[in-house]
Structure formats: C-alpha cells, structure tokens
Design a protein around this ligand. Structure first.
Ligand SMILES: [Ca+2]
Length: 153
C-alpha cells in the first residue's frame, strides 16, 4: 500500500481550501438586481431589457445582458418583475415594449421610439435618448430593486 507523505497531504488540503475560497469570493462578487416595471398590466407580448456597463456600449449591440420577457409570465399584480444576476459594478438599463412583436424597437425617421420605452433611473427622452450618465446606477452586494415606468413618447 502506498503512503502519501504528510507534506503531500498538507499541500493538497491547502489547495482545496484555496479553491473553496476562490469559489466563495466569486459568489460574493455577484449582485442581484430586481427590476420592477410599471405600465404594462393590460398588455400582452414581449418586453426587451438591455443591460449596459459602459458609456461606449450604451444603446449599442454590446449588451451585458439582453433579455426578452413575456409580460404574461412576468406580471405580478400591476408590475412586470424580473431578476438579473450581474457582477458588482455600474450599469444602465434600456427597456422597450415590442407592441407589434417584430423583435425590434420601432422608431420614426427622427429616431424617436414609436413603442413604449424606459431607462434606469427613469431617465427621460429630452430631444433624444438619455445619456449613460443619466441612466447609470451601482450594483453592490446588497440586492437592489429598480422601479421603472414605461412611457410612450
Ligand atoms: Ca417593434
């Protein structure tokens, strides 16, 4: 029978504790974002949520998360609720209700959305979409609830 040296056993147990510690700290770095969206209780169809983590990515295709949500499935009372898990950091959200169910946010020739939209912080359209700075918020270890209202422009 082969006997492992005490040193090898110690090295192995040290390695296991390092791996366990790394797994635990990775968990701690994930935050929970509860999104509650008002203004859709009488609607059916899909809502699209895009999450961005930088000014340069804002409103581009470079989303951290792009999520399609069935309003019927996510409706809880008067609010559409969904939970997102993200690494801790700064984010901004853009939401639209796809009224005609074509998978896109329809806009007029001026680029103004023709379907209900919303941004985090309830940032508003002001001769153009809100900036990343206006919509940004910080996700830290404590779960946060983001309440936003859909608007037709
Ligand atoms: Ca559409």
């Amino acid at each position: 029978m082969r006997v492992f040296s005490q040193r090898a056993v110690l090295t192995l147990s040290l390695l296991i504790s390092i791996l366990a510690w790394q797994a635990a700290s990775a968990d701690e770095l994930t935050g929970i974002l509860m999104v509650e969206i008002a203004g859709l209780k009488d609607e059916t169809g899909n809502l699209y949520i895009s999450v961005y983590d930088s000014d340069s990515a804002w409103r581009s295709e470079e989303t951290v998360i792009g999520k399609r949500i069935s309003i019927a499935d996510a409706l809880d009372g008067e609010l559409v609720r969904t939970e997102l898990q993200l690494p801790l950091g700064d984010y901004a959200l853009a939401v639209f209700f796809d009224v005609d169910d074509n998978g896109e946010l329809d806009s007029n020739f001026m680029g103004k959305p023709q379907e209900p939209v919303a941004w985090s912080n309830n940032a508003v359209w002001n001769f153009g979409p809100p900036s990343y700075e206006e919509a940004v918020f910080t996700l830290s270890a404590e779960p946060i609830i983001l309440r936003i209202s859909m608007r037709t422009l």
